[in-house]
Ligand binder design. Structure first.
Ligand code: NAP
Length: 495
């Protein structure tokens, strides 16, 4: 398969990088970092450096906490209706600018434009949803069982929040945290991933335009996330850490946050099983798998990582699915016809290569792909592997790329047991025409989210999150997401 040529490089000036990435965004101002070094931003489709951003130090982290603290009271006291209107404006501006934002995401992350457009719509929706939530935060009132007093429960903003996000959804992982935090009345400090900082800074400029007051949202990029984050979490005014990223980094941050007993929400890695029973609609299951596996070229925490197909339909399924995967157009994210963009870094390609080589060495057959194409850019060909051994590394590690390993299974009990044989528990997918079996397996599978006869679970109106080592807490959903940024205060009173 040939990888498409990069289209004429878009004029980077049209994104106005220099207007929003020359400084850290702290206290409503674009400020130089205390140190002089800069972080390079690389287009994964071409390996070209497209911009540089400031490299924050611990001194900058302290300035960000000061700014968030200065703005805290004003924002907390801002009437919910006003907060709601500002959030609504963020939604509207994101929709108005969606094509520019999608192109920027595509450029720095590499994802296909169609995926980037989907991300912008999803990311913006967190503002619309939380604009609606901001005016519906209510407390509780009751009579103590003894009859001696009344119980009043008030929900208050938790305090300053540190938000840390990954590169795979540079807009959505940030807005999924910022929107509910602001709706709850909190001020925040966002540390985006070093690979994709431009979207975070572009959005910071957009929030300002929407009326978010100075200091309510602060954004800093750093090449030393360990010390900078430790410094942020050491400040007693910081009361919340909301992290999305790998389980390994999540574990370290939980330990760091424990020092000041900071409330943590953790959205971590996944190892999603995709289960297709003999009675499934094969075409619908393949359609769902193309989304569950190939959205974002497989670089999603919810990506189907282990595909279990019951033996009666296994071979027919494998053949049809391979045809779809082999036909995907691989190319630069920003090219209009690309269906599978590059991986984020060379290191990511090397990891995928290692996992595929390991599976082949244990007996897997390559039905299509199976290698990184020659040339520039961090590409990997859409790959289908059959007869993958359960002992392969890819059965317990996140592949995070366009590789679909097929496993054969015989019975319902067997597939539930192997689906649950992992430390992760984020998403799971089930295809069957027997709704009773679908609901039974959905309830037995250890995952925070189950898609039954669907290839997509993410929805701002539904609680997103994992069990086991996939995370703690939920984002989005009715009350769940916003509750992560509030504390219950109980007042006992007699009258
Ligand atoms: P990562 O390496 O854990 O990085 C995530 C963020 O943590 C980045 O901003 C990174 O900064 C920062 N970081 C790294 N080391 C740190 C440290 N010692 N202290 C503080 N911050 C630190 O993850 P990734 O490779 O960007 O993202 C992929 C992972 O995220 C996958 O495991 C995926 O499953 C998971 N994910 C989960 C969800 C979910 O909702 N559950 C959603 C999306 C992704 P730098 O960029 O500067 O290293």
């Amino acid at each position: 398969m040939n990888v498409n040529q990069h289209p004429s490089q878009p004029g980077h000036d049209r994104f106005g990088f220099s207007s929003f990435s020359d400084g850290l965004y702290i206290g409503g101002a674009w400020r130089s970092a205390a140190g002089e070094s800069r972080i390079q931003v690389i287009d994964p489709s071409t390996e070209a450096v497209i911009a540089t951003v400031p490299d924050a130090t611990v001194a900058d982290a302290a300035a960000a906490v000061e700014a968030a603290a200065s703005a805290a009271e004003g924002w907390r006291e801002t009437p919910p209706r006003k907060r709601s209107e500002i959030l609504r404006r963020c939604f509207e501006l994101m929709i108005e600018r969606s094509e520019t934002l999608a192109t920027l995401i595509s450029l720095e992350n590499g994802k296909a434009l169609r995926d980037a457009r989907g991300e912008v719509a999803y990311a913006a929706e967190f503002f619309r949803w939380n604009a609606e939530e901001a005016v519906r935060i209510s407390g509780e009132f009751g009579i103590a069982p003894s009859g001696t007093n009344r119980i009043v429960v008030d929900y208050q903003p938790i305090g300053i929040c540190v938000l840390i996000t990954p590169w795979n959804f540079p807009a959505a992982m940030a807005t999924r945290k910022i929107a509910p935090a602001l709706a709850a009345g909190c001020t925040v400090i966002l540390k985006p991933a070093s690979e994709t900082p431009l979207t975070a800074y572009a959005l910071a400029a957009l929030y300002e335009e929407a009326g978010v007051p100075p200091g309510v949202v602060n954004v800093l990029t750093t090449s030393t996330p360990g010390p900078v984050t430790a410094n942020l979490l050491a400040d007693p005014r910081v009361r919340k850490l909301s992290f999305t990223g790998s389980t390994g980094v999540g574990r370290m941050l939980l330990a760091e946050a424990a020092k000041n007993v900071i409330s943590c929400s953790m959205e971590l890695g996944g190892n999603a099983p995709f289960i297709v029973f003999d009675d499934a609609d094969i075409d619908a299951a393949i359609e769902g798998l193309m989304v569950a596996k190939m959205r974002n070229a497989g670089e999603a925490c919810t990506a189907a990582n282990r595909i279990y197909v019951q033996s009666g339909i296994h071979d027919a399924f494998a053949e049809k699915f391979t045809q779809r995967m082999a036909a995907l157009r691989v190319g630069p994210g920003v090219a209009s016809d690309t269906e599978c963009g590059p991986m984020i870094t060379r290191k990511a390609v090397e990891k995928i290569d290692r996992l595929v080589a390991d599976a082949i060495s244990r007996g897997a057959r390559v039905l299509c792909g199976g290698q990184a194409p020659a040339g520039r850019g961090f590409f990997y060909l859409p790959t289908v592997l059959a007869d993958v051994s359960p002992a392969s590394d890819m059965s317990c590690e996140e592949i995070f790329g366009p590789v679909a390993p097929l496993y054969r299974f015989e019975s319902e009990a067997e597939v539930v047991a192997i689906a649950n044989d992992t430390e992760y528990g984020l998403a799971a997918y089930i295809y069957t025409r027997d709704i009773g079996r679908g609901m039974r397996v959905a309830s037995k599978v250890e995952a925070g989210m189950v898609a039954l006869n669907r290839g997509l679970v993410s929805d701002p109106a539904a609680p997103f999150g994992g069990v086991k080592q996939s995370g703690l807490g939920r984002e989005g959903g009715q009350h769940h997401g916003i509750a992560e940024f509030m504390e219950a205060k109980y007042i006992a009173t007699s009258f």
